[in-house]
Every structure is written in structure tokens, then in C-alpha cells.
Write a protein that binds this ligand. Sequence first.
Ligand code: NAD
Length: 484
Amino acid sequence: VQYDSLIDAPRDLYVGGRWLPGSSGERFDVNDPATDSLLLQVANAGPADADAAVESAASALDAWAGSTAEQRASILAASVSVLRERADALTELITAETGKPLREASGEVVISIRLLEWFAEESRRLTPEYWPSISPGRDCVVVNEAIGVVTAITPWNYPLYLVVCKVGAALAAGCTVLLKPAEQTPLTALAFASALDAAGIPAGVLNVVTTDDPRRIGDSLLHHPAVACISFTGSRVVGAELLRAAAPAIKRVLLELGGSAPLVVLDDADLDNAVAGAVRARFGNAGQACVAANRIYVTPGIADAFVERFVEAVRGLKVGSPQDPTTDIGPLIDAAAAERLQAQVEAAVAEGALVAVGGGPPERDGGLYFTPTVLLSSDKVPSICRDEVFGPVAIITRCDSADDAITAANDSEYGLAAYIFAGDSRRAYDIARRLRAGAVAVNGPLTAEPQLPFGGVGASGLGRERGRRGIEEFQETKTIHLVG
Ligand code: NAD
């Protein structure tokens, strides 16, 4: 693949509607995880570049927030058309910098475009509320207005979709944005900006700064007085740091953090469906998903059959090049991720977990591959279940009863997603209500539906993305009392 030809693969900062090399002229490496080798170099922003990006977003704010919903919707709709034209190139770019198989990268492009299209449509329907007053001679109108400049910070695992979750919603809400993508995946974010630029987005409405050291530009991203809101998707540790950083100026902070999703299989579940659902929920995106089912709890009547069939299915997953259309599991994102995963597996084994399949990297040269792994644990919440496991490793625990499984499932500081497989759908619904999570999937996968809010409880975050709620998070509510 000639990455140089991919929609011109922009590598400069996008600030004030212009592509700039950055004040220092420095560049940093973006790697291809499939070969663990250099892909391209992109501009490394310094504090002056980040300040310029915030200032350009601030100067574009009034015009964008004050434009009509129709004007904003048409720019977003035009962006959707350009992204559709560039879908193949975006797919290749995502695969190149994340290592995710082309099939999954293509799926990400599809859901990202659909989400942006939904934001474009919904931006036309953000109507004020009229309320009659409790006092005679008065009327009240409740309007939602853009909160201001948004700093959006995104991770590498869904480098297009998570950008659209933030940027699409913020633009629909009337905000202007400074986007700082993950250092592993700046190219997809820049390609997204290039599509919006081609669609005619006004200068300064979206700005993208790329860096390999976010702390270097942290002051501008977080503390600049023009920044009203920080929207972050990433790890819990960094999320907590951003919350602290935003506290003195009382900026709004939206956090989409990690998870350790439980998946409960009850005796009366359809075995085929439960096995297929669990494989998908755990091993999609090589297990590098915030909603991935880290912990699988099975009840006695189905435990043996489930373990046997699940292990067999996991053994059948094909690890290989993301360019190969038959590949199920591509590489991990980088060496640090591979080391962390190996250490988690070793700690679980030291605590008594048995390795049913996998347990480490396959015998092959190059890349950052990890064999799909199943661990069998007798402890309901070993340390590997307390932390997020960002890779293709499942932990199965046998429980005494459905209640026992629900108690174990809820024994986590995280609460992003949960899965339940059961034959009796009424009972499954009741259990879904008892599970502590922002989203529960019953007898199937969690799907990326644009109209549905998504987010976590507890340590999994603050606020919601997508859906009407995802737009309103970027707005302030104003109540106007009309007296006479
Ligand atoms: P990370 O927290 O290391 O990095 C995420 C982003 O934050 C990157 O852009 C990074 O450059 C930036 N960052 C890091 N330190 C910063 C600082 N001090 N100031 C400003 N920005 C900083 O996370 P990651 O490893 O890239 O991503 C994986 C994590 O993201 C996992 O925990 C995963 O669960 C989470 N995630 C959550 C969701 C969700 O919707 N809840 C979705 C995807 C991923």
C-alpha cells in the first residue's frame, strides 16, 4: 500500500483552516503495528501551536454558534459526502496506523459516517422549549446554547469513530473544536479534518494539533481561558488528571474512560448464540475496546458446555496480518500494550488461573501479536478482573447461581458495559436492570447506534456521547423569563 497516496495523508497541523508544519518544525514517528515499523512522520505541536489553535477556535466561535442550524447541518452533510467518497482510503489509513483488520476498519468507517450523518440531521431538530409561567403575564423559553470552545482528546483504538463522537456532536451543538488525537493515530484524525476542510468548514471551526507529548501542550489544551469544555476518551488515570486540571476554572469535563465489562451466561441461554456473542464481545478489535467483555461468568447448568465450546471457538480465531481479509485478530497497538497484557496474564496465572488456550505471543517474527487466550479462574474477581484488559484475553469464572454471577459482575469500580445471555427474556431484562453499567446488551452485541446515548457509571466516566444527549453535553441551558 502506498500510504503516501492516501487522500494525500496530511501530516501537518490543521489550524485556522490552514495546514501548518508547527512552530518548531519537529516531526514524530507514526508506526505500523503490523510490522512494528515507521509509517509516516507528522508535525509535533508545541505550546505556541496549541495556543494558536485555541485562539483560532475562539475567534471562529461566534460566527459558528450564531449561524443557522441549516448552515451547520449543510456543512456536516457535505462532510459526510466527502467522507463517503474517501471511505476506502480512510479504511486503509485506520488499518495502517492501528493494525486492525481491514474488515473491522471498514466497519468503523461505516459507523463513523452514519454517526456524523445523524448529527447533521439532529442539529436541525434542536428546538427550544416553551413553558407557560406559574405567574400570569409571563412566558418562559428554555434555550440550549453552545458551551464554547471544546478541547477534544481521543485515544487510538477507534481513531475515526471516537473523533466523530466528539467533533460531530460539538459542531452540531454550535461549538468550535481543538482536537488532539492519540499519538499512535494522528493520521486518521488529520484525514478527517481534511474531509471537513474539503466540505467547506469555515476556518477555525475545527483545529487539529498532533503531538507525541500531550503534557507539552497541556496548558493550552486544558487551562487556556477560552477553553470551556474538555471532552476526553481514554484511560482512567489520565481522565482523573484532566478532571483535577479543570477544577480550578470549573470547566466542564466529559469523560469516557475504561471498563471491565462482565458477561453473564445463564443456564437457559442459547449456547451457540452465547458462545458467538462472547467471542465477539471479547475479541473484537483484538480485545482493545472499552466495552470488551473482560469477565465471563457462567452458571452451573451451562458452564462445562460453554467453556468447551468457547475455548474451541477461540482456538479457531485467526491471528495475522490486518491486510489479510481472513484475519480475525491483528496486532496490539504497541510494545507497551503487549508487555502490559503479558504481565496481566502472568499475574493471573500466579494467582491460580489456568490457561485453557493461548497465554502469550505466537511464534512469528515482527509485529505485536498476542494469541487469543482463555483463562479459567476460581476466584470471582482476581486482579486481572479488577483492571481493564486491553487485548485478546478472556477470563471465565464459574458461579453458583444467577444471583452469585450478578454480584460478581457488579463487583467492579467500572461500569461501562455488561452483557447477559439467557433464555427467558423477561428475566434477562430484570437482570439487565440490576447490572451496574451504562449499557447492557441482552442476548447479542452492543451496536453502535447513533441515536442512543453511551457512557459509563462509576470509574467509567462522566457524561454521555452520541444521541441527543451527546449533543446537549456541549451546550449550556439558558432560561429566558419574558415578562410583558
Ligand atoms: P490514554 O489515556 O493513554 O490516552 C488517551 C488520549 O489522552 C491520547 O490522545 C493521549 O495523548 C491523551 N493524553 C494522555 N495524557 C494526557 C495528558 N496528561 N493531558 C492531555 N492529554 C493526554 O488512553 P489510550 O491508551 O490511548 O486509550 C485506551 C483507553 O481508552 C482505555 O482505557 C479505554 O478503555 C479507553 N476508551 C474508552 C472509551 C469509552 O467510550 N469509554 C472508548 C475507547 C477507549
